[in-house]
Design a protein around this ligand. Structure first.
Ligand code: GLN
Length: 275
């Protein structure tokens, strides 16, 4: 019977990288990462090996490791993800940081996360600002079910979920902040047919010829749902900062800005409704 070390080495060779091989083994044995260091010489029984080989085959065929394991870490949260939801990206934590900078620790009132997917942004804000009411919307019922389970799993009570397109579920309500990681990839971008993106919901990735269709709609509609002084913050592509700022300025928002992610690429733009 092979030991953990040699099984991992073989899987790493097959995938061409170690991180995914480790993550999938930990998923099969349901252990934390530290287990790898303390159990490298353990023998793996046949059931575990068979289950692990099946997952490695799926990964080798291109399926994202987050969908295979059904989990992805975001902010301080371990989140369930399914093919109905986008896989949360580390760069989206910038949007959470910028939102929190504008929400004092004792902030009350409401914040909306548009197109919440797995609930990543809404839940990160809700758990950092327990006095806020967070409203998470999505056009996908399946995604909302995943987001709801993530809220339950982390016992986050100050978030409610609403089904519908962008701001529609809000009715006439005005809120203190609107955040979103909308789809923003150009519909003809060849990356959509490559790598992990092939497995993610197209509706969460692509948005018209220039990738800005949904951002245009959000910028236009958000004004009617913000309180005076309220902020709109959204993620976008590295090459869309200028266009995003132009849309915000044309729509009459104040304090228009773009922030860069850790790789110094334009990633989030925002502005506020003049008080
Ligand atoms: N950041 C993602 C990517 O480029 C896209 C996510 C999105 O469109 N919101 O893979």
């Amino acid at each position: 019977m092979p030991d953990v070390r040699s099984v991992l080495a073989a899987a790493t060779r097959q995938l061409g990288e170690r991180a995914d091989a480790e993550l999938l083994l930990l998923h099969v044995v349901q252990q934390p990462r530290s287990w790898l260091f303390t159990h490298a010489d353990d023998m793996l029984d046949t059931d575990v090996q068979t289950a692990y080989s099946a997952l490695i085959e799926r990964r080798a065929a291109g399926e994202p490791v987050a969908y295979i394991a059904g989990r992805r870490g975001f902010w301080s949260l371990d989140l369930e993800v399914t093919p109905a939801t986008l896989i949360p990206r580390p760069e989206t934590e910038l949007l959470v940081e910028l939102a929190l900078q504008r929400l004092p620790p004792d902030a009350s009132g409401s914040v909306v996360d548009l197109g919440t997917g797995s609930g990543a942004i809404a839940l990160a804000i809700a758990c950092e600002r327990p006095r806020l009411q967070v409203i998470a919307t999505d056009a996908s019922v399946e995604a909302l079910e995943v987001a709801r389970r993530n809220a339950q799993r982390h016992a986050i009570g100050n978030v409610r979920f609403a089904h519908g397109d962008w701001l529609t579920p809000l009715g006439a309500q005005r809120v203190a902040m609107i955040v979103s990681n909308p789809p923003y990839i150009e519909a003809t971008d060849p990356h959509l047919r490559q790598g992990d993106l092939r497995f993610e919901p197209a509706s969460a990735l692509a948005s018209g010829a220039d990738g800005l269709d949904d951002i245009r709609r959000i910028v236009r509609d958000a004004r009617a749902h913000l309180q005076p002084g309220g902020w709109l913050l959204f993620e976008h592509g590295w090459n869309q900062g200028e266009a995003a700022r132009a849309l915000l300025a044309e729509a009459g928002y104040a304090e228009v800005f773009t922030a860069q992610d850790l790789e110094r690429r334009d990633r989030v733009s925002g502005a506020c409704l003049a008080p």
